[in-house]
Design a protein around this ligand. Sequence first.
Ligand code: IPM
Ligand code: MN
Length: 348
Amino acid sequence: MSRRVAVIAGDGVGKEVIPVGVEVVSALVSGIDFEPVPWGCEYYERNGRMMPEDGLKTLAAFDAIYLGVIGWPTVPDHLSLWGLLLPIRKTFEQYVNVRPVRLLPGVRTPLAGRGPEDIDMLFLRENTEGEYSGTGGRVHAGTELELAVEVPVFTRGAIERVARYAFERASERRRHLISVTKSNASRFTYVLWDEVVADVARDFAGVRVERVLVDAMAARMVSRPDSIDVVVGSNLFADILTDLGAAIQGSMGLAASANLDPTRRHPSMFEPVHGSAPDIAGKGRANPIGAVWSAAMMLDHLGEPDAARRVERAIDSVTDEGVALTADLGGAASTKEVGAAILAALRR
Ligand code: IPM
Ligand code: MN
């Protein structure tokens, strides 16, 4: 069965790491057609927008989207992201952003005395609303009366669907779910969140659920990572915590993600967590592992779990060997050399 994947490499190092992911998948699975889509900040400079007017309609026809990075210093971030990345997540109801925080073998975490047996968390981020709702505005621009409001929006439906997904994942793992909020200071939105999670919990009696405030959660990730399995959090909180997670994993360049519409009505999107990295872009030195791991998550979604496991094992063996590593992991290898090492590991 043939499947069509739209490839938006995007900006900066996205253009360097995404071809590695495409090559790895193509070496392993036949019948996946990758179609490059040239949108991003360069497209903006030529056309005054991040994608064509009918861009979302074009993407809707694909089975999945493989995305590199959106954002470059020539375009204000809020324009580039609201012009491409965020509309995709929202329009296609990619309501859960899946972010594994697993320490790969051979990689050094900055947490003293910790190893892979201590660090294996799965973050599930609400991906369509909350602090990313886009509700707000500015008035009296440039005057002393200038005012800006940005109102987080939380709906029972969106909390419920991501909570349900989180409980399902927790049921398959260590049967422990942490729900992260700030319902001591936020009197409305996060109190609703807590109530909805408690409602959903009734359907999952076998899962122990714990409520942890986001500030305490940040500390716990550092001091007791081994006490954390599956985590569900709002758009902003889980955004922040997963950058902390990437640092705990040893590098932003390793972190992977999947933006899923579990109903499969719309295409899901797979992207590394790191940014466009203007400081190293164009030099061929970026770590492709986050992008390749995200491609493995795409294989899972496209019904190729065996291939997905093989890619993950190949990544593990490359970090374990510690020979082909990019500078962020203390090595001197290029993006392409790491790609070649992953391909070689797949052949073994
Ligand atoms: C991420 C990124 C995005 C987010 C930015 C670029 C809008 O930080 O995917 O984590 O906040 O969701
Ligand atoms: Mn982020």
